[in-house]
Design a protein around this ligand. Structure first.
Ligand code: 5GP
Length: 217
């Protein structure tokens, strides 16, 4: 059975608080794009810690991505005969940028944009998000002719699982330290507080793990 680790709202809050000065120092985002649903709460908390006196709050946009396993076309009569490596993963957009509040896509050209999600597991979702956002913004930039700088994307996740990744991120993003994970952990299943049915029980399980030295914080 996959080992579970319980993360509380306070843990999430503190991970965002700890990451904010690093993000401010290295990137100073002008827009946050939260990948739903796990990126919403961290993005909102992070915004408070990124707020600079005299500057407005950084706007948050939400995009919805859903990842599902695609079974291969096969002659296998039994699902257990399917080789796991043949199973593909497909990301679909359930929600995209709200241009009614952003104005046109050209408003994102040359900006510094922070993408926020809760966990980098296989990296499939993050790869998709970065590629699609870069594509949309680059299209808008091309239409503006020569001149405007490229938009810079960076990533913040609460947890990165230290495991072989299916997805890849642009090399310059990694080279320029535009990827930040508050914690890097093993291949565990993380139970986030917003998924809990009984939050008191969830917090109690987190507390017990902490006492036993098995938490992630
Ligand atoms: P990916 O494999 O594309 O990196 O992650 C896809 C999605 O799977 C994540 O955005 C998240 O919603 C979900 N996921 C992956 N690992 C975990 C985990 O340990 N805990 C929870 N709650 N969700 C996870």
């Amino acid at each position: 059975m996959v080992e579970k680790v319980y993360v509380t709202y306070n843990d999430v809050h503190k991970l965002c608080q700890e990451a904010a000065p690093k993000i401010l120092e290295s990137f100073q985002p002008q827009l946050i794009i939260a990948i739903g649903g796990g990126g919403y709460v961290p993005a909102r908390i992070l915004r408070s810690f990124l707020k600079q006196p005299g500057s407005p709050n950084i706007p948050i946009q939400a995009i919805g991505l859903s990842l599902y396993e695609q079974l291969p076309v096969t002659n296998a009569s039994n699902v257990n005969d399917v080789v796991p490596d043949q199973i593909g993963t497909k990301v679909t957009r359930t929600q995209w940028l709200d241009l009614s509040s952003l104005g046109e896509m050209q408003n994102l050209v040359g900006k510094r944009i922070l993408i926020v999600d809760e966990v980098d597991d296989t990296r499939t979702t993050l790869e998709y998000a970065v590629k699609e956002l870069e594509k949309d913004v680059e299209e808008a930039r091309q239409k503006m002719g020569a001149g405007p700088e490229k938009t810079k994307f960076s990533i913040f996740v609460l947890h990165n699982k230290d495991k072989p990744k299916k997805g890849t991120l642009p090399a310059d993003m990694i080279d320029e330290s535009r990827y930040l994970a508050a914690r890097t952990i093993g291949d565990l299943w993380i139970c986030y507080p917003w998924e809990a049915i009984d939050i008191d029980e969830h917090d109690e399980l987190a507390r017990k793990q902490r006492t036993n030295g098995n938490g992630t914080a």
